[in-house]
Design a protein around this ligand. Structure first.
Ligand code: NDP
Length: 605
């Protein structure tokens, strides 16, 4: 790179060598590439299904199999399902049934109750329907119990408990053209007919395990973070894991989940070994209680305004005022092209890209310097430094995580990007050394590699028996991310060719409002069928594919992870099926479509 000036940065004045850093990032990436890519993981089926048993069930529900009909079935009781339920109620829909695998509402917050679990997006933005429920979260970043309680409050307020089927998993859905109904079958033998189905299954709902040799040989206690075993560890989501005081504990994984629970494990375990493949970037959290005086000043409409402000900034847009003003917005303020362009409107695309790379190096240097300022042992500190561009992995924020490695009972086992070598009856082997453990915790994340129907756990047979798994076998095909031709009256929510947001409930809320608008119109007109036309679907898929090129090169050069399907260079990965123009633009497309009032692209009859 030449010493030209990019925006306000003069490369000759940098206190680091960008070429050396770029080379270091490349080396760190290359040593992590595994040819098995997503194949390195183990599905939690068969011998592994114990890892998905629900440890939070207070009472097993017994009931007769249902054989009945409802107007709308909502699949999933997480924020997507709750928002769909809320917006449909507001539109006057009475006959709603939520079907949910867990024992209660909450979705990801039902399952993820590990100690320290907390939302890393500001609560005033993340928790949906705050004004509707007249609730202001107690902290800037809510802990999991508050979020779960809020989810339940939404279900109560919108009367979603009364007809819900909890502890129930769908096994299949079949379209019946004659009656214009879906027949939904479940693992309880239910046969439920529904005129409309809204599916909000959640993109990260199936825990995944690494396919480490010997994983099933381990004789000690073991569980996945999304099924935390408090009977074994003692304590609660708030900590206090007192039963671990005589236990040698190991944890595999150092992603966003591990970062939050490791401080609690370190505090209580007799010994803690953290098996790390790639370090997370850990920036300042700075959580604080809600200022009640500020809360009193909030005017009607405040939450939507704050959500929009956050969404625009975290999509790389410009706002005069940054209402949330935290680690997320700071990153986007510095690392987004439009902001760089605002600083210097005459920059070419390559100059913008170069300026962004420098800003990224600077940010990550700061993150690495923070490690040195906190972690006392220099080898451990070096191992904890992330060498990749900040958005290659989900950025982490925590004020106790790094300091945990200063505790005498805590050891970081750096696998040098290779991962755990083997699991034995007694413990874990890395680089030929066996670490004996009483308890091994998997903080290894969730299945994002398999396709939509595999992740959902059931398939749909649409018109003429078309299987959704087949139709979407080579990639999603939708109109606006919500409808798919040959699958009438069924609507998908989540990351299905919609606009990705840092605060996912915001996107789910926009989708829910849109679906409620469409369904109200259909119901007011006694429609039998709501279906996208093939042309509208093809046009949308073409738009998605065209815009998908935008982030491809960035992720191709990233260290492996689920964002790039474990190092794929073809742009495949978590974001590849999303609307590449960003969430604000996607929401605007939906809003403009509603304003037109013509229901273009839909066949409603
Ligand atoms: P991740 O997929 O982010 O992390 C999995 C971890 O397991 C990584 O550190 C990975 O290493 C490691 N790993 C996988 N295989 C091996 C192996 N063979 N040996 C050693 N280590 C291995 O899962 P998380 O549960 O941490 O997070 C999932 C997502 O959940 C987050 O990205 C985020 O979207 C969400 N989340 C959100 C929170 C919030 O506040 N809103 C809080 C927590 C989670 P490597 O990096 O090398 O692949």
């Amino acid at each position: 790179m030449s010493n030209t000036t990019h925006a306000s940065i003069d490369l000759s004045e940098l206190d680091f060598d960008p070429n050396a850093l770029r080379e270091k990032y490349r080396k760190e990436r290359d040593k992590r590439i595994r040819k098995e890519a997503d194949g390195q993981y183990q599905a939690v089926t068969g011998d592994f299904s114990k890892y998905v048993d629900d440890p939070y069930v207070e009472e097993k529900i017994t009931r007769e199999a249902l054989s009945d009909e409802v107007e709308v079935v909502i699949v999933g009781g997480g924020f997507g399902g709750l928002l769909a339920g809320a917006r449909l109620r507001e539109a006057g829909v009475q006959d709603i049934r939520v079907i949910e695998k867990g024992s209660d509402f909450g979705g990801t917050w039902y399952w993820n109750r590990y100690p320290g679990a907390q939302c890393d997006v500001e609560a005033y933005v993340y928790l949906p329907l705050l004004e509707e429920l007249d609730f202001v979260p107690t902290e800037k970043y809510s802990h999991a119990p508050e979020i779960l309680a809020h989810a339940k409050s939404i279900a109560r307020k919108y009367d979603l408990y009364s007809n819900a089927c909890l502890q129930t998993e769908i096994t299949h859905m079949q379209w019946h053209e004659d009656s214009a109904r879906w027949l939904i079958e479940t693992n309880r033998g239910d046969k439920i007919k529904a005129h409309y189905v809204v599916m909000s299954n959640g993109p990260l709902n199936r825990p995944k395990l690494p396919g480490i040799p010997g994983i099933n040989d381990y004789k000690g206690h073991t569980f996945h973070t999304s099924r935390w075993d408090y009977d074994y560890t003692g304590g609660t989501s708030e900590g206090g894991l007192s039963k671990l005081k005589d236990k040698r504990v190991g944890i595999i994984g150092t992603g966003a989940t591990a970062v939050q629970c490791i401080p609690h494990l370190g505090e209580f375990a007799q010994s803690l070994h953290v098996f790390q493949r790639t370090p997370s970037s850990i920036d300042v959290r700075n959580n604080r209680p809600t200022d009640t005086e500020w809360a009193k000043t909030l005017q009607p409409g405040w939450q939507q305004e704050r959500m929009d402000n956050f969404n625009i900034i975290t999509a790389g847009g410009f706002q005069e005022q940054d209402l949330v003003s935290d680690g997320w917005t700071e990153i986007f303020r510095n690392l987004s092209g439009p902001v760089q362009r605002k600083l210097n409107p005459h920059m070419s695309s390559s100059e913008v890209a170069a300026a962004l790379e420098i800003a990224d190096f600077q940010k990550m240097n700061q993150v690495r310097a923070r490690v040195d300022s906190i972690v006392k042992d220099s080898d451990t500190a070096e191992s904890l430094k992330p060498y990749y561009r900040q958005f290659c992995k989900r950025p982490g924020f925590h004020d106790q995580y790094l300091a945990t490695y200063n505790l005498p009972n805590v050891t970081l086992v750096d696998t040098q990007g290779q991962g755990v070598e083997r699991i034995t009856e007694q413990g874990v082997v890395v680089d030929g050394v066996e670490y004996e453990l009483d308890c091994l915790i998997f903080a290894t994340g969730f299945d994002v590699g398999s396709n939509f129907t595999q992740q959902s756990g059931y398939d749909l047979s649409g018109r003429n028996g078309t299987a959704l798994s087949k139709k979407w076998g080579k990639g999603l095909r939708t109109f606006h991310g919500l409808y798919s031709h040959d699958f009438p009256n069924v609507f998908t929510m989540g990351l299905t060719q919609t606009g990705f947001t840092t605060s996912i409930p915001h996107a789910l809320n926009e989708q829910a409002k849109h679906l409620a608008y469409v369904l109200k119109h259909a119901m007011d007109n006694n429609a039998r069928i709501v279906e996208t036309t093939l042309e509208a679907e093809e046009e949308w898929v073409a738009i998605i594919n065209k815009l998908a090129n935008l982030g491809k090169r960035f992720y191709a050069e990233c260290t492996p992870g689920y964002y790039n399907q474990e190092g794929k260079e073809d742009g495949a990965g978590f974001f590849s099926g999303q609307y590449g123009g960003g969430a604000p633009e996607f929401f605007q497309i939906l809003e403009d479509w509603r304003a037109e009032g013509e229901f273009k692209g839909l066949d409603i009859r």
